[in-house]
Design a protein around this ligand. Sequence first.
Ligand code: GAL
Length: 507
Amino acid sequence: MKSLVILFLLFVAVFSIVSHVNASAWQPRFDTGGLSRDIFPKGFVFGSAASAYQVEGMANKDGRGSSIWDVFVKVPGNIKNNATGEVSIDQYNHYKEDVNLMQMMNFDAYRFSISWPRIFPNGTGEVNWKGVAYYNRLIDYMLEKGITPHANLYHYDLPLALQERYGGFLSKQIVKDYADYAEFCFKTFGDRIKNWWTFNEPKVIASLGFDNGINPPNRCSKEFGNCTEGNSATEPYIAAHHLILSHAEASKRYREKYKAEQKGRVGVFTDFVWYEPLTKSKADNYAAQRARDFHIGWFLHPFVYGEYPRTMQKIVGERLPKFSKSELEIVKNSFDVLGLNHYTSYYIYDAHQPKTNVIGYQHDWNVGYAYERNGVPIGRQAHSPWIYEVPSGIYKVVTYVKERYGNPEIILSENGMDDPGNVPFPEALFDTNRVNYYTTYLKELKRAMDDGANVTGYFAWSMLDNFEWLLGYTSRFGLIYVDYNDLKRYPKMSAYWFRQMLQRKKA
Ligand code: GAL
């Protein structure tokens, strides 16, 4: 058996090298578990995803300004092995090769992000035309190869200048500056981009940036993390409020000035974990519902119902900002399509926090997390300790959003798992766990669609191994393996699995 595996690995390795040159040369046969493009509705979009700082490289080149991540990664100890995204996998120079690989995998679309400081190095004002030229090259090449671009305007990389000028998302000034940047992109790229996304994971931006401060701008109360400044009781809510308003203002401008002519649409990527009550008790059921409200309701309630969830209003009270009447007019119904990033599920139990002076966003949830029930783990753990593989979770998040938020059009905008960064080559290509993850999650997604969820697309995270934030290069999420020494790309087994699953019938 072992020798068979070794033989297969060699086979994969050799063919990966060959297919690197001629990607259409080879296709192993897989059991796709009954999945194929044909069982999804006509026009259903399959794509892969990545973000600017994680893949582009050229961080200090061609006129790009710094973002809050550029300074954060330079502080020793912040990132595993003190890695940075300065070079990363250099998609800036390898974009053609990467788009060719998307085509090889039979994907229809690519979800990429535009780096705000590459366009406006100071956040506002002067434009870096070299940055504009790069995105033009990327977009044009995607279209040439039949890959539909989905452009995300913000994936954590706030221009450092705006953080320094007025505290970034803590100031209302961000709403106008963000909308100006978004509008510049609509005007410049909107003749070719029809799918605009305003923010990736506003919940993560607000909580990891301002509640426990593990991400830049690294702010929190001292009880909740290792920050020099911040206030976990108020700042996450203020940042989230301004994120909501920024999304709404950008969406309004698109609708008023560009939509009629460009005929595109605007959405937002919200992340959502499935929270399952640990026991059948009423208290745990309420706790799981609180977790859902504090996680995704924080954003979807204002967008759909024009107010924060009642649970949040009750618990957070005066610390929760309020929308003015005119703000509500633009916040409500401000997305055309909803992105859902989903990876994992947890058990939740009721855990009322003692009344103390120590208050913070996560503290306000009044819940505890569990990862097993009666000694049975909730799922297999991926390399990232926060990812437990629970396929039924994708069914539940999609169905929850369908039922609770009026069955909006949903694109499942991120889904995936990681292996450790140091699995030796070529074993790393033999990613059976990833193939299993995608097979089981996609089947559950299809089941949710069969039960009435309006899902029109699916994006795998990630297209290639890349800079995985705090984990640096010690985590590999890619369908394509990247050798960080010479930046060569090698399709993993999962890449070939998608290629087969997405094969188009000859007309
Ligand atoms: C998402 C994030 C991505 C990626 C992924 C895996 O939350 O949008 O940038 O890092 O998680 O951790």
